[in-house]
Design a binder for this molecule. Sequence first.
Ligand code: 2RA
Length: 329
Amino acid sequence: MKIAVVGATGMVGQIMLKVLAERDFPITDLYPVASERSVGKKMEFKGKEYEVIGLQTAVALKPDIALFSAGGETSLEWAPKFAENGTTVIDNSSAWRMDETKKLVIPEINASNLTKEDKIIANPNCSTIQLLMALKPLHDKFKIKRVVVSTYQSITGTGVKAVEQLENEFNGEKGEMAYPYPIHKNALPHCDVFQDNGYTKEEMKLTNETKKILGDDSVLLSATAIRIPVVGGHSEAVNVEFENDFDEAEIRKILSQFPGITVQDNPETNTYPMPIYAEGKDDVFVGRIRRDYSQPNTLNMWVVADNLRKGAATNTVQIAEYLIENKLV
Ligand code: 2RA
């Protein structure tokens, strides 16, 4: 397979290359693609040296699949150019997620909807992916009525500048600010930009993408997205009300049996998911599973995942693997 990685020099792009190598993805030709200022840079992949190329050059090479993590503007302009040239694009930006002609895919949930005609496929937002991995199997069994979720998001979701801001603040040094306030010893109720309705774009992504992936506009969701000074992954406190009552043991069994989920849940041994241990792994970790006794048919749980892996790079690569396995490219 001829594979382009667009945004290859970025944080997610680098993790995509790492995941491609780890999973021994069937690559005959690799095209690391980045902005003009990075063209000509050298990078190593599986012991071989590659030169970064520009977008126009990459389109002309007609890769079979292009894995994008280069921001919404680049995706809006260049994904169609790749697609018109026969390349299947899997995009990590928010550019195509709510486009009704594009599919929003978590392989364990809805990859079976994909066809050869899907030439631009959207990867959901990181906080959506881990949430839906936990919600989907429960929705199928108990029908979700309403979700209230608070996220505790890693600074790696913002990018390198945020990681550098935390390091500088930890070391008592001045530096460029990724956030309007210090992040060291702090929590910012502010991920992405505020909308007119008082919610941030990050919070509305959870609301809108959840409905699209479940294919059910009746599902209600209210989110608060918080940035905290951790690097290993995103954590989410999830309160979910079902149309129907449930049995806790059955909840655990359903989650344990869902591919890509690991249940870590035993208060007697202080067993629960934490970002420090989720980092570098591809599973979504679920714990603190307990009935919400304040209202009927309602459950609390805690969901943690590496936002750069299952939340972005690994989910993208898994979609590409599905396309190959099902001869859709
Ligand atoms: C964040 N989910 O964490 C967003 C973008 N990666 O900032």
